[in-house]
Design a protein around this ligand. Structure first.
Ligand SMILES: NC(=O)C1=CN([C@@H]2O[C@H](COP(=O)(O)OP(=O)(O)OC[C@H]3O[C@@H](n4cnc5c(N)ncnc54)[C@H](O)[C@@H]3O)[C@@H](O)[C@H]2O)C=CC1
Ligand SMILES: O=C(O)[C@@H]1CCC=N1
Length: 282
């Protein structure tokens, strides 16, 4: 389905690079089949060309009209400029993937005004190591084959779930932003290890292996996290003492608040963008 397909990234930032790494390491595309445009930072394009062999793009319209998969990877607030730059250059036979937080497919469909097959996706930067958690949802004109193509692209870069678009803000808050929560936890555990006397260079492998081991236990045993947690928690032992401190700090309510707030932020981003579209179209 993807053999020989050409990819055009509009936006050359963090998620773009993560996806380029993933696409290339999964063998989905060859470097010469990956085109990338940026707003103005040409040094960034030069770096991506020199490091990955991708093709930097200046003429977005021309390249968009010739690309099979066009990936919107700019910030949500920059979507209007990108849409205006592409007017008239995209047709129904192309797949448009938008990874923009909060931005509804309907807005992109209206901006392209060609019944474009738009799939909204929320991956994360773990695309780079083919371990992304991605949610996707097809827009009004996304035919089953186009949705299947988007699903295959993200399945080759990790786990993908197809769901209703109204859940993508929650996916953004949960797994789109999710890696950052984990990195934040690792930072805290390493610092705590240091406070307990473990040098940082030794704390790092201990923390990462603990994380990886717990993930593999969840994946390979199929047990509920509560069950696995109880297996670690000896009565009146060290783990219970630690969990009690986490409970004093409202650990689970705070995690819930963080994910629901990030979800709300995604909704806010989308609302602002849609309101701008209404204003500019009147
Ligand atoms: N960073 C992440 O982990 C994830 C980000 N996203 C979404 O991806 C989008 C980009 O996020 P990041 O990569 O983190 O941002 P970033 O700021 O690193 O990259 C955005 C890039 O888009 C470029 N750009 C802006 N307007 C443009 C235009 N009209 N034409 C071409 N390029 C243009 C900017 O110059 C910049 O290089 C956002 O909408 C974000 O919500 C989605 C999933 C994960
Ligand atoms: O922080 C953000 O807005 C983007 C969307 C999901 C991850 N990063």
């Amino acid at each position: 389905m993807l053999d020989g397909k050409t990819f055009f990234f509009i936006g050359a930032g963090n998620i773009c690079e993560s996806m380029i790494k993933g696409l290339l390491s999964a063998g989905i595309v060859r470097p010469g089949e990956v085109r990338v445009a940026n707003r103005s930072n040409q040094d960034r394009l030069t770096f991506l060309r020199n490091y990955y062999g991708i093709v930097p793009v200046q003429d977005k319209k021309a390249v968009a009209s010739q690309s099979d998969v066009i990936i919107f990877a700019m910030k949500p607030q920059d979507v209007f400029t990108a849409l205006s730059e592409l007017t008239g250059s995209i047709g129904k036979n192309q797949l448009i993937i938008s990874v923009l937080a909060g931005v509804p497919t309907a807005l992109i469909e209206e901006g392209l005004s060609c019944e474009a097959a738009v799939v909204r996706a929320m991956p994360n930067t773990s695309c780079a190591v083919l371990e992304s958690a991605t949610g996707i949802s097809g827009g009004r004109y996304a035919t089953p084959d186009k949705l299947a193509m988007a699903e295959e692209i993200f399945r080759l870069m990790g786990e993908v779930v197809v769901l209703e678009e109204n859940l993508l803000d929650a996916v953004t808050g949960l797994s789109g932003s999710g890696p950052a929560y984990i990195y934040y936890l690792v930072e805290a555990m390493e610092k705590a290890g240091e406070a307990a006397g473990i040098p940082r260079e030794l704390a790092r492998p201990l923390v990462l292996k603990t994380l990886l081991g717990a993930t593999k236990m969840l994946l390979e045993t199929g047990e509920q996290p509560e069950v696995l947690r109880q297996q670690v928690t000896s009565p009146n032992g060290t783990t219970m003492a630690g969990i009690n401190e986490l409970n004093k700090g409202n650990f689970q309510p705070v995690i819930r608040k963080a994910i629901l707030r990030a979800t709300q932020r995604s909704k806010e981003l989308g609302k602002v963008i849609v309101e701008r579209q209404v204003v500019t179209s009147n």
